[in-house]
Design a protein. Structure first.
Length: 207
């Protein structure tokens, strides 16, 4: 699955920015992590040379414990804000996003659900769907995308992600193609149209 809330309340240093790289929900970016599954720690390749080259090209990924610590730190001011207004949908969504990016999926789900209860939105359900996907609960992820489409039948993100899950999880390429065709019909000038068309052609060829 341009995928969850995008707003940061505080400035991050370079390490934090890397550790909390936003999971975008735009069509095309979303396809990457739905195709390859949840992000996991990098596996050391068989080639030491390749591993060394990769290490030199990018900083080391923070450990899950470090990500959690950063997430908890960033959550503090948001939790404080909720004490004065526990039903503020925007703050609840920001908090859910922080927990999502730090890999604390149960908490992310909890706060996305609270936000949506206060103010339902198609993109909110897409974000909750992404979280369920990363938590390994794809049936619930699909259900949330269907909820998103009830709110906005033209949602490009929901249609694209639903197509990916129909293709990769439910093994229903025909349903996936229908989702993507609906996306293009309802969003004829979408910036990622060429990529969606290419994906449709790829799935058709594989049948």
């Amino acid at each position: 699955m341009d995928n969850g809330a995008q707003t940061r309340q505080t400035e991050w240093n370079n390490t934090q920015a890397y550790g909390f790289a936003a999971i975008c929900l735009t069509v095309g970016i979303v396809s990457g992590y739905l195709l390859h599954g949840p992000v996991k720690p990098a596996v050391v390749s068989a080639s030491t040379e390749q591993s060394s080259s990769a290490s030199a090209a990018s900083p080391a990924m923070p450990s899950p414990e470090h990500l959690k610590q950063m997430g908890d730190k960033m959550a503090e001011p948001l939790l404080k804000d909720l004490k004065s207004n526990e039903n503020d949908a925007k703050t609840l969504a920001k908090l859910a996003s922080v927990y999502f990016r730090s890999g604390q999926y149960p908490l992310a789900i909890e706060y996305y659900e609270k936000s949506l209860k206060t103010k339902p939105s198609a993109e909110g359900y897409v974000s909750l769907s992404n979280t369920y996907h990363y938590a390994g609960q794809d049936e619930k992820a699909i259900a949330m995308l269907e909820r998103a489409l009830e709110v906005d039948p033209k949602s490009a993100n929901a249609l694209f992600n639903l197509g990916m899950l129909n293709w990769k999880v439910k093994k229903d390429p025909q349903a996936a193609i229908q989702n993507w065709q609906s996306l293009l019909k309802n969003n004829p000038h979408h910036s990622r149209r060429a990529q969606v068309e290419s994906l449709i052609a790829k799935v058709k060829q594989s049948q």
